[in-house]
Ligand binder design. Structure first.
Ligand SMILES: Nc1nc2c(ncn2[C@@H]2O[C@H](COP(=O)(O)OP(=O)(O)OP(=O)(O)O)[C@@H](O)[C@H]2O)c(=O)[nH]1
Ligand SMILES: [Mg+2]
Length: 430
């Protein structure tokens, strides 16, 4: 979207269920942070609890009139709905208000489009945007005719719409193919890294993932107090002490109601998380609604089939909560939680030791250091060890090959099932 930095924005929240006031406020606050992240200025808000979605306006007719008055009195030029609008609702509301209207999904897509840097991220966002746009072409044309000062609200003729649909359809197909090609290249690159201990940082946007990676790796990484500052995954080596190290990936943050087109087109990037040995789920402990933020992240992990993946919960930003709150939080987590949890502040380096220790103990649990003996000439097993593990030493004595290897628990289990491979010695991992 070609929006100017100074858009005067009005936000509309129309929660369907009877949700509490605090929750409604926090949803609107988040929407306003998103609006600011997109470069706009929030002038006013309007809320209505609805029992049923009005198919034409989402909110009731009376409320719509109130909205129209606010829009003209405050010289608003963009109205953003927290809830998803059907193509029909978007069009009717826009025609009624005579200003641009978008929903939360479109706003998030817009921010992603602005932030995308790598070629792949740009293509993924464009794909998601076009898929969102397809059923809404008629409304988008109305935007254009307004921007160009077109007469009235006249859109293009049907033929024009058809041509556009065809062109967009073609572009969607091309992007899909190109992204697929990049996926193959990426998965080849990933294989080369299999022998390393890989960790993926996941979490709600602004939880402090990049800050943690920066503090853990002592490398410069973009950290910003705005939503969705990271779009492209960054990988950094983190020293865990005693000679152990991990390759840690920073990923895009999650958010409530992440547009499904976006999840779909970022799916391949997100699925990269699966290649990791474990996840670090970063939670902003200073947010009063961290439980619902955590649930959102768990939901996304669920759709990616990553729910039962080894995980450490990291409660971050403990420097900005009160001492007693921290004590209560720790108490609550120790009582209820089965997953390992640590409490840290990315701004206090000393607090990160405990996280490194937790990572190290996962590492020690996920790798084995062993001496093996196998038939000389078993090229297949040798290739597998080369590809997925680390060969520390290798000797031939005619009939057999003796190997000292560092490999994942998974691979070790698979190899030792075979009668042709004999375990000579299990070393202490060091
Ligand atoms: N007080 C405090 N602020 C923190 C801490 N960690 C991060 N922050 C702040 O939180 C904001 C977001 O941090 P980021 O590291 O960019 O968060 P992120 O999870 O990478 O966010 P996205 O990339 O947008 O998903 C920044 O203003 C950080 O300075 C912490 O431990 N304490
Ligand atoms: Mg980040």
């Amino acid at each position: 979207m070609n929006r100017e930095a100074s858009d005067r924005i009005l936000l509309v929240g129309a929660p369907l269920k009877a949700i509490g006031n605090r929750e409604m406020e926090s949803h609107l606050l988040e929407l306003s942070r998103l609006a600011v992240a997109a470069g706009g200025e929030v002038i006013d808000t309007l809320t209505q609890r609805i029992t049923k979605r009005n198919p034409r306006f989402l909110i009731g007719k009376g409320k719509m009139e109130e909205l129209a008055i606010k829009v003209s009195n405050s010289r608003v030029d963009l109205v953003i709905f927290d809830d998803e609008l059907t193509p029909l609702q978007g069009k009717s509301i826009e025609d009624y208000l005579e200003v641009r209207v978008m929903d939360r999904s479109e706003l998030i897509l817009d921010i992603f489009a602005k932030r995308a840097r790598s070629r792949e991220a740009k293509m993924q966002v464009e794909l998601a945007q076009l898929q969102y746009l397809m059923p809404r072409l008629r409304r988008m044309w109305t935007h254009l005719s307004r921007i160009r000062g077109g007469i009235g609200l006249r859109g293009p003729g049907e033929t024009q719409l058809e041509t556009d649909r065809r062109l967009i359809g073609r572009r969607i197909a091309t992007l899909g193919k190109r992204i697929e090609t990049l996926n193959v290249a990426r998965s080849n690159r990933r294989k080369a890294r299999k022998g390393e201990f890989q960790v993926a940082l996941v979490g709600y946007t602004n939880a402090g993932k990049s800050s943690l990676l920066k503090a853990l790796s002592n490398k410069d990484i973009l950290v910003e107090n705005r939503l969705f500052s990271t779009l492209d995954s960054k990988i950094r080596t983190v020293e865990l002490g005693d000679g152990f190290e991990a390759m840690v990936t920073d990923t895009v943050g999650f958010i409530r109601k992440l547009p499904h087109h976006l999840v779909a087109s970022f799916r391949s990037t997100l699925e990269g998380i699966r290649e990791a040995n474990m996840l670090i789920h970063v939670i902003d402990a200073s947010q009063s609604d961290w439980t619902s933020q955590r649930a959102v992240v768990d939901d996304v992990l669920n759709t990616l089939d990553l729910k039962d993946f080894p995980q450490i919960l990291v409660f971050n930003k403990i420097d900005s909560i009160k001492r007693q709150e921290l004590i209560d939080l720790k108490h609550l987590i120790r009582e209820q939680e089965v997953t390992a949890a640590v409490f840290v502040s990315a701004h206090r380096e000393s607090s990160l030791e405990i996280l490194k220790t937790a990572m190290r103990s996962h590492l020690q649990g996920s790798f084995r250091h062993m001496s093996l003996r196998m038939r000389a000439g078993d090229g297949e097993t040798l290739a597998m060890l080369h590809e997925s593990g680390e060969i520390l030493n290798q000797e031939y004595d005619g009939q057999y090959t003796s190997l000292e290897v560092r490999i994942s628990q998974k691979l070790a289990g698979r190899l030792l099932k075979s009668d042709d491979i004999i375990l000579i010695k299990e070393h202490v991992l060091a």
